[in-house]
Design a protein around this ligand. Structure first.
Ligand SMILES: *Cc1c(COP(=O)(O)O)cnc(C)c1O
Length: 388
């Protein structure tokens, strides 16, 4: 009997090591990793430059405390702010914590500027923001909330990509709107550019903060460093996590100057948040993405992969729709997703499903054309067999 709490429906495979986009299980079988630990291992496994940087940092300093100056944190904050066109960062260890920080910052900002009654946050149906109490409340899906009531007061949910509903939900009690530029866990749904433009205008008009959860879409996943760059709208607060540390746990809540001022010493804190090792990992990821041209590569591979998936849709009736940006792609199927996930696993390919009918592909950003072809060929084989 396992002594690990039973919170995951785990597949019967364990990995011992990896290299690039490949993982080996404990029996020696090799897999093409098109999941990246759910959009985390952006540089794949055992990336030489990344590994060397981390090993060096482990030998120097892993953790001190936020009681002191943390040089690596300052460097990563400088880097992220200049890339994101924001001014300040709060570091934590995960996506839900980054969103917790965003929610707290929005409430504090609104409280200090407008008084105690203006604290509501509007989020989207079908969204995903994490598993803490505040972030399951923010998440517009009953299945993650069920049994944990009472939830946090002050959250409202509206349909994604529907500006009329949003306009009705925003009142003089609204502090912020929180949304994912692409709903990842919710089934890979991309926000419309026109919708986001209207959301931005609404927020600016009412001094309601626009908060983008880029925990999954950030750090090059969509072909630009942040998804919002392609969608033409700048948020006031943005959260990052998954790909930021290339596998090291780290989360970040970025904000524009006027909003970030709402936090002062004692407002918020984290023991581990932004420790030297995690920040060295974040810095190494930024360097490899930008100086190592991995971001440009990811954009090209994203286009190639999306085209391949569209071709696959044309050939196989079971594929109803292809959605996504860059190397965050999803396909909606006319069959159960988990059947295909299991078939892929048997054939040495790692992918996962979101919901019942959507397959999600989030490979390492270093994936190459032949490796994408292999993934597409495997899908073709599975769909052909299904049709027969
Ligand atoms: C994964 C995810 C989270 C939660 O991140 P954790 O690190 O698991 O807490 C939050 N928001 C989005 C959009 C995510 O994809």
């Amino acid at each position: 009997m396992s002594h690990v709490m039973n919170t995951y429906a785990r597949l019967p495979v364990a990995f011992s090591h990896g290299e690039g986009v490949w993982l080996w299980d404990t029996e020696g079988k090799r897999y093409l990793d098109a999941l990246s630990g759910i959009a985390v291992n952006t540089l794949g496994h055992a990336h030489p430059r990344f590994t060397a940087t981390l090993s060096g940092q482990v030998g120097r300093l892993i953790h001190c405390s936020n009681i002191y100056q943390v040089r690596e944190q300052e460097l990563l904050a400088d880097k992220l702010c200049s890339l994101a066109n924001m001014q300040e960062v709060f570091f934590c260890n995960s996506g839900c914590e980054a969103n917790e920080a965003a929610i707290k910052l929005a409430r504090r900002y609104s409280h200090d500027k407008y008084g105690a009654g203006r604290y509501e946050i509007v989020t989207m149906k079908n969204s995903f923001h994490g598993r803490t109490m505040a972030t399951i409340t923010a998440t517009g899906q009953e299945k993650v909330q069920k049994g944990y009531e009472p939830l946090l007061p002050g959250f409202h949910y509206v349909a994604f990509n529907n500006v009329e509903e949003l306009e009705q939900a925003v009142t003089d009690k609204t502090a912020a709107i929180l949304l994912e530029p692409i709903q990842g866990e919710g089934g890979v749904h991309v926000a419309d550019r026109e919708y986001l433009k209207q959301v931005r205008a609404l927020c600016t008009k009412k001094d309601v903060l626009l908060m983008f959860d880029e925990v999954q879409t950030g750090m090059g996943r969509t072909g630009t460093l942040f998804a919002y760059e392609q969608l033409g709208v700048q948020p006031d607060i943005m959260t990052l996590a998954k790909g930021l540390g290339g596998g090291m746990p780290i989360g970040a809540c970025l904000a524009i100057d006027s909003v970030a001022q709402a936090f002062s010493p004692g407002s918020h804190a984290s023991t581990f948040g932004g420790n030297p090792l995690a920040c060295a990992a974040g810095l190494a990821v930024c360097r490899v993405l930008l100086e190592g041209q991995v971001l440009d590569h990811a954009r090209r591979m994203g286009e190639y992969f999306a085209k391949g998936l569209s071709d696959c849709q044309e050939r196989h009736r079971v594929v109803r729709e292809v959605r996504g940006l860059g190397l965050l792609q999803g396909i909606e199927l006319d069959m159960e997703g988990k059947v295909v996930v299991a078939e892929c696993l048997a054939r040495g390919i790692l992918i996962n499903g979101t919901g019942e009918h959507v397959l999600r592909f989030v490979p390492p950003l270093i994936i190459t054309q032949p490796e994408i072809d292999r993934l597409l060929d495997t899908l073709t084989q599975i769909f052909s067999k299904q049709a027969a």
